[in-house]
Design a protein around this ligand. Structure first.
Ligand SMILES: [Mg+2]
Length: 203
């Protein structure tokens, strides 16, 4: 099977990190559980300047490398690769973040996954002239059977694949979201994702 996995808040705990980061930078205290919007500027009530500054700092290599792994992520992904699945990390991070992101994967035992930077969110304002490694036209030529994603803003990238099984990593900002179809499944952790994968693999 071909498997799509998002990076932030699927493989690693990006928003938990941001919660502490925004408190340190601006004294704004929004605990992880209160991050209600995928739009972090809105969730943290930041000005445009604060948001830009935060996003630039958040993409510095030492910050990207410091994100905690989501428990169990690497073990499950490696199991899937051992079983002959093809795993692609499709991230909305800009290509300027490629190297530290690649290094994070390697440090967490994920040397065998491929990683692509796709402009999912049109975030080209915080790092000027961001480049992405995967063009939309090329993305749409790829085929996936399973996707792991946390962001409702990314669901539009699945519309062309009606048979795709989408596992939505349960996060505070996607709890109020209505899923586009019954091929979407809320998963609270990587154990749940692993179990669901087993049912799809048997079909
Ligand atoms: Mg994400």
């Amino acid at each position: 099977m071909n498997i799509y996995i998002d990076f932030d808040d699927c493989l690693c705990e990006t928003a938990r990190h941001f919660s502490g980061f925004v408190k340190d930078l601006y004294g704004i205290d929004v605990p992880y559980e209160d991050i209600k919007y995928f739009n972090l500027q809105k969730s943290f009530s930041l000005t445009d300047e604060q948001y830009d500054e935060m996003m630039i700092k958040a993409h510095e290599p030492e910050v990207l490398l410091s994100y905690e792994e989501t428990p169990g992520a690497a073990a499950v992904v490696n199991e899937w690769i051992d079983k002959g699945n093809d795993v692609s990390i499709i991230t909305g991070r800009p290509f300027s973040a490629y190297e530290p992101s690649r290094e994070w994967l390697d440090r967490h035992g994920l040397e065998r996954v491929r990683m692509y930077c796709l402009d999912k969110y049109g975030r080209d304002t915080f790092i000027k002239n961001s480049r992405f490694s995967l063009e939309l036209a090329d993305y749409y030529r790829m085929h996936f059977d399973i996707a792991i994603e946390d962001s409702p803003s990314a669901f539009r990238f699945f519309e062309h694949l009606p048979a795709l099984q989408v596992m939505v990593y349960d996060r505070p900002w996607n709890r109020g979201c209505e899923f586009p179809g019954d091929n979407y499944h809320r998963c609270t952790d990587w154990n749940t994702i692993r179990r669901l994968y087993e049912t799809f693999a048997r079909e």
